[in-house]
Write a protein that binds this ligand. Structure first.
Ligand code: ADP
Length: 449
């Protein structure tokens, strides 16, 4: 953890320093170029000025040429006429500059024997004179050197200062990450309700911590649901097992007549039957949770599909002398894209409940309607109905309005949960409502696309 923290900090620091160095060097170079250009321009302007002043003197008062040197002893110039030096300033003499060839005109530079740089302008004035004026590059070179020295001192100092403050700042900025990592390291299955502290919910680390906390919420909920499911399932499994065990024990102790034996074995088989139904349903839901099933949607004629299921269930209804009414034309094609196995599970569970909870001689009506966007299957019964407050919960696992009634009728409390999952997998929804004339209506709505 520590290593990670340092490595991010180091990487930030390295990148930051490298970028800063490049930027500072580029800026310094730019300033140096601008400075050099400006100084050279200034020198040349000075040179031009000197040149034109001396030219004017030559033009207006050629006799006073020698006096120029008296008034401005620092000027470097030579005036020659017809190859003869007319005037050579003291400053020129002192500079030991070589007199440029007489046909070299314009602006050029020259290094004196004592290694000093000069900028020279030479040109013809008043037809007969060659005027050569020089300017010492020394002062501008000094300014440049001074600037470079300042840069050499300031650059490392600036680098060091910003690197130190960058290191400090990155440490401060990354502190929430290391705090988050420390807190997250302590969260385990045992204390899943613990959450990361969110310093500032609007910055990136705050958003990360919030996302992490939301993920923990979801995990915690899933684990709580799983715990509840395991506890409920164990409880449900225990009931039939206890019945089987106690019926077996009592029977063995009593040594009853063969009829009673048969009766007891019958009830033990009934419980075994319930157990196996329960295990089947549990397996279905486990597969549903892990998405471990083969989902195979295909174009289906829903009228034929529904009609076939209803025919299979007629015998069961007849046992209770119930009538099943088909409130749609089985010949009129209504198509939908569904996984037939899954949808069959849902329809069968609803139909099974309708038969189970509707008293003898009751009536069950099945409707199939197609609208623009939906295919709707309605299963209506004349049973006791479901109190309004239970509508939301009946689709939860192991939820029953009356546990005793459900058990008596062989229910596992998982039928509607499986139906809901199967319908949702088929891009639909299922809900219950009470019929105004008594009984319940279960409605499956399947979206067409
Ligand atoms: P069970 O195995 O108990 O039937 P289900 O998940 O299929 O479990 O149904 C949950 C509960 O919803 C049932 O216990 C019952 O109380 C209620 N229920 C479901 N279908 C009907 C119905 N057609 N009429 C009345 N109550 C029903």
């Amino acid at each position: 953890m520590k290593h990670f923290k340092h490595s991010v900090r180091k990487q930030l620091l390295l990148w930051y320093s490298a970028l800063q160095l490049v930027i500072l060097l580029l800026f310094s170079l730019l300033i140096l170029i601008v400075l050099k250009t400006a100084l050279n321009r200034h020198l040349q302007t000075q040179l031009e000025l000197d040149f034109s002043q001396i030219e004017q003197i030559i033009q207006k008062e050629p006799d006073e040429i020698d006096e120029i040197d008296e008034f401005s002893p620092l000027r470097l110039f030579i005036i020659s006429k017809n190859g003869e030096i007319e005037s050579k300033s003291r400053a020129w003499k002192a500079s030991k500059l070589v007199i440029p060839p007489k046909d070299q005109f314009g602006i050029f530079s020259q290094t004196s024997p004592d290694n000093k740089q000069y900028t020279i302008k030479s040109g013809i004035v008043q037809k007969h004179y060659i005027l050569t004026v020089a300017a010492d590059n020394g002062p501008i070179q000094t300014v440049q050197k001074f600037f470079i020295i300042i840069l050499l001192i300031l650059l490392p100092a600036a680098m060091g200062l910003t690197a130190a403050s960058g290191y400090f700042l990155s440490g401060r900025l990354l502190r929430p990450v290391s705090n988050m990592a420390k807190s997250a390291a302590h969260i385990s299955f045992a204390n899943l309700s613990q959450r990361l502290y969110v310093h500032n919910p609007h910055d990136e680390f705050g958003i990360l911590a919030t996302v992490f906390n939301n993920m923990l919420d979801r995990l915690q909920n899933a684990i709580l649901r799983l715990r509840q499911f395991t506890a409920d399932a164990s409880h449900e499994l225990r009931t039939p097992l206890t019945v089987i065990k106690s019926v077996g024990e009592v029977t063995l102790q009593e040594d009853p007549s063969p009829e009673v034996y048969r009766d007891r074995i019958g009830s033990m088989l009934e419980e075994t039957e319930r157990l196996s139904r329960l295990v089947d349903n549990l397996l279905t839901l486990t597969r549903a949770d892990s998405s471990n099933f083969n989902f195979n949607p295909q174009k289906t004629l829903l009228n034929e599909f529904l009609f076939k299921i209803i025919q299979d269930y007629r015998i069961l209804a007849e046992e209770k002398r119930q009538t099943i009414t088909i409130d749609f034309d089985p010949e009129k094609p209504i198509t939908g894209v569904v996984d037939e196995d899954l949808l069959k599970r849902a329809v069968v569970n609803l139909l099974d409940n309708a038969i189970k909870y509707t008293p003898n001689k009751g009536k069950i009506t099945i409707k199939l309607v197609s609208t623009d966007k939906l295919n709707i299957i309605k299963i209506k019964d004349t049973g006791p109905g479901i109190p309004q407050e239970h509508f939301e919960k009946i689709f939860e696992r192991f939820y029953r309005v009356s546990k005793a009634r459900s058990r008596e009728l062989g229910g596992t409390g998982l039928g509607l949960a499986i139906a809901k999952w199967a319908v949702e997998m088929n891009n639909g929804s299922v809900f219950a409502a009470n019929d105004t004339y008594g009984g319940t209506i279960f409605c499956i709505e399947l979206y067409k696309n």
